[in-house]
Ligand binder design. Structure first.
Ligand code: G3P
Length: 243
């Protein structure tokens, strides 16, 4: 097991609006080893990077992502809610992001946001985009929705997947394995030594979200988890250097 990798959660989302190019660029500049981002589908089936199904929280739009075409969504302001400095920042497609990501020496976690809306064919659409940009070998695809993990495994069992959960259950490792998942992504409060051992014994990587506090960072490093998702990658890097 190598060092705990630091994934910028939705980019460096404490410094710039989440899931936008400035947040990703700042994560790379900070030295984060990975990026975590969320994918939803537009009305015309374009995968776009946005966490919520609804546009309200992070844009000046209204209603659901799935009710707009990509060309309509591109016109929205996805930065002002965070700071007026970012008023010219928009929603980007997965393809636009991958054009940039392809040139970075980083790893990637794509979360398929299928836990609220089960977008038809999202697994195939995302798979094809990753393949086109030749980044499949450094990407892990995660979802809270077991069906997405199963479907991704059916598309290509060589694609690395992670079951994502915030719910404690005794047979978590066995359950994730039964879906075909390679790895497990859990909420920080579920982390304990036993689970780390169980995962590693089962040859699974364990990554923890969302780790923003020094104490939790310390615990993750001490237990040698494989990765953390953090809004503050620069702080996580600094702490990792001290442990
Ligand atoms: O993928 C890790 C973490 O981002 C999952 O939670 O709510 O940010 O999608 P959420």
């Amino acid at each position: 097991m190598n060092k705990t990798l630091i994934y910028a959660h939705r980019g460096a989302s404490k410094l710039a609006p989440e899931n936008t190019m400035p947040a990703f660029e700042l994560a790379a500049a900070a030295g984060a080893e990975g990026i975590e981002t969320d994918v939803q589908l537009t009305k015309d089936n374009v995968p776009v990077l946005i966490h919520d199904e609804n546009l309200r929280r992070t844009t000046n739009g209204k209603g659901f992502v799935q009710d707009y075409t990509y060309d309509q969504l591109r016109l929205l302001d996805a930065g002002s809610w965070f700071s007026s400095k970012f008023s010219n920042v928009g929603i980007i497609s997965l393809d636009e992001f991958l054009q940039w990501f392809q040139k970075q020496a980083m790893v990637l976690n794509i979360e398929l946001k299928t836990n609220v809306i089960e977008y038809k064919n999202i697994e195939r659409i995302v798979y094809e985009a990753l393949k086109r940009h030749q980044v499949l070998d450094r990407t892990v695809i995660s979802s809270f929705n077991s069906n997405s993990i199963i479907r991704m495994h059916e598309i290509n069992p060589a694609v690395r997947t992670a079951f994502l959960t915030s719910t404690k259950r005794r047979d978590l490792v066995e359950y994730a394995k039964s879906l075909g998942a390679n790895d497990l992504h859990i909420k920080h409060r579920l982390l304990d030594k036993k689970l780390v051992k169980q995962c590693h014994r089962a040859n699974m990587d364990l990554r923890i979200y969302t780790v923003n506090r020094p104490n939790m960072m310390k615990k993750c490093y001490k237990l040698k988890v494989d990765g953390i998702f953090t809004d503050v990658p620069y702080e996580a890097l600094e702490y990792r250097g001290l442990h």
